[in-house]
Ligand binder design. Structure first.
Ligand SMILES: [Zn+2]
Length: 338
C-alpha cells in the first residue's frame, strides 16, 4: 500500500487495540519471504524476517485468527461472513531458509501455509534479479559499465551518482521484457561475482527440499518462472511462459499446482494480459500484493494479499484492519477488467 489511505492505515492501525480491531476482521491472506536464524544481511538482503520476531508474529496470528490451508479458499470466498477470522499464510520466492527455519516454527504452532516458488530459480539456483541489481549498485567499482539494453552506459562514481543511476536503471529495466532484462542482469551478475555464496540467506531451495516441504503438508504454488514483474512491458509470449511453465515445473517436480502469486504484485507489476495468462494456464486463484480482504466480489486471479511487517508490533491489529484497502483494490480490479 503506497496510497495516502495506505500510509494512514500503516500509521494508525497498530494503535488500535486488538480486540476492537478484531471486530472489523474479514478473511485475508498474508505473506512473508524468508526467515533467518542470525541477523539478516541487511541492507542488501532485505527479504528475511529474524527468527524470534517471526515466531512472535506467527504466535500472534495463531492467537487472533483462524489460519486455514489454501484448499479452503473457495469456501471462504463464497461465505466470508462465516469466516471473519480466516487467514491464509504464504511465503514467496522459495528461499532455502523456509525449510531450514520457518517450517519448524510453523509446524510447532500447527499453522498451515503455502509456498510460492519461482521455478527457474529452483531449477538453476541463480539469485533473485533484485539481489543482483542491489549488489551491483552497492559493490561495483567506480567506472562506466556497458549493460545490454540499458542506455546510456551506467556511470558509477560516488554515492549520489550511484543512487541516481540506480533509480534510472531500475526504471529502465522494469520496462524491459523479461528476455531482455535477463541479458542485462546477467551482465551485472558477472560484475558482482558469486552473490549467493556471500549472502546465503538468498539461497533458493532445491527441488528435493521443495518436495520435503510438500510432504510436511505445505501447499506448493507458482511465483512465475523467472522472478520478474508481469507488467505491461512483457510480451504476451513472456507472460504465457511465466504462467504456464512455472505450473508445469511444479507439477513435474512436486504435484498439482492450482495457485499463483505474482512477483512484486503491485498494480504496476501486473498487467491485464498477465492475469488472463495466469487464468489460461489453468490456475484457479492468483494473489497480488495489493491490500484488502477476501470475498467473492474479487477477481479470483487478482486476490489481495498483505506483506507481514518485519517486527511483530501489533501485527494482529494490522491484519484485522485490512478492509481499509478494499476501495483501492476494487478500483484496480475494475480497471483491469475493462
Ligand atoms: Zn517474490
Amino acid at each position: 500500500m503506497t496510497s495516502l489511505s495506505g500510509r494512514l492505515f500503516r500509521a494508525t492501525a497498530p494503535h488500535i487495540p486488538t480486540p476492537i480491531a478484531r471486530a472489523f476482521s474479514a478473511p485475508a491472506a498474508v505473506f512473508f519471504h524468508g526467515v533467518e536464524s542470525a541477523a539478516p544481511d541487511a541492507p542488501v538482503a532485505q527479504n528475511h524476517h529474524e527468527k524470534d520476531e517471526f515466531a512472535k508474529i506467527a504466535r500472534a496470528l495463531k492467537a487472533n485468527f483462524n489460519v486455514l490451508p489454501l484448499g479452503a479458499i473457495d469456501e471462504v470466498l463464497r461465505n466470508p461472513g462465516r469466516h471473519p477470522r480466516a487467514l491464509f499464510l504464504m511465503s514467496d520466492d522459495g528461499y532455502a531458509n523456509t525449510l531450514g527455519v520457518a517450517a519448524d516454527i510453523l509446524d510447532d504452532l500447527r499453522l498451515p501455509w503455502t509456498l510460492f516458488v519461482s521455478t527457474d530459480h529452483i531449477d538453476t539456483g541463480t539469485p533473485n534479479p533484485m539481489l543482483i541489481l542491489r549488489l551491483f549498485f552497492a559493490e561495483a567499482a567506480d567506472g562506466v559499465y556497458r549493460i545490454p539494453h540499458i542506455y546510456p552506459p551506467v556511470a558509477l562514481a560516488g554515492v549520489a551518482q550511484r543512487a541516481s543511476e540506480e533509480s534510472r536503471v531500475m526504471r529502465q529495466i522494469a520496462e524491459l521484457d523479461a528476455r531482455r532484462a535477463r541479458v542485462a542482469i546477467s551482465a551485472m551478475a558477472k560484475t558482482v561475482g558469486d552473490a549467493v555464496a556471500r549472502y546465503p540467506a538468498e539461497r533458493f531451495l532445491l527441488w528435493d527440499e521443495v518436495r520435503a516441504l510438500a510432504r510436511r503438508g505445505v501447499e506448493i504454488g507458482a511465483h512465475a518462472h523467472w522472478h520478474w514483474p508481469m507488467n505491461g512491458a512483457q510480451s504476451l509470449r513472456t507472460l504465457r511462459g511465466q504462467a504456464a511453465w512455472s505450473k508445469a515445473r511444479v507439477e513435474t517436480e512436486v504435484g498439482p499446482c492450482r495457485f499463483f502469486a505474482y512477483p512484486f504484485g503491485q498494480p504496476a507489476d501486473v498487467s491485464a494480459q498477465a492475469w488472463r495468462a495466469v487464468r489460461e494456464a489453468g490456475f484457479s486463484h492468483a494473489f497480488t500484493t495489493v491490500s484488502g480482504t477476501l470475498d467473492a466480489s474479487s477477481n479470483r486471479w487478482l486476490l489481495p494479499r498483505y506483506g507481514l511487517p518485519m517486527r511483530a508490533g501489533n501485527v494482529a491489529s494490522l491484519v484485522a484492519m485490512l478492509r481499509a484497502g478494499n476501495p483501492r483494490l476494487r478500483r484496480w480490479q475494475e480497471e483491469m477488467a475493462a
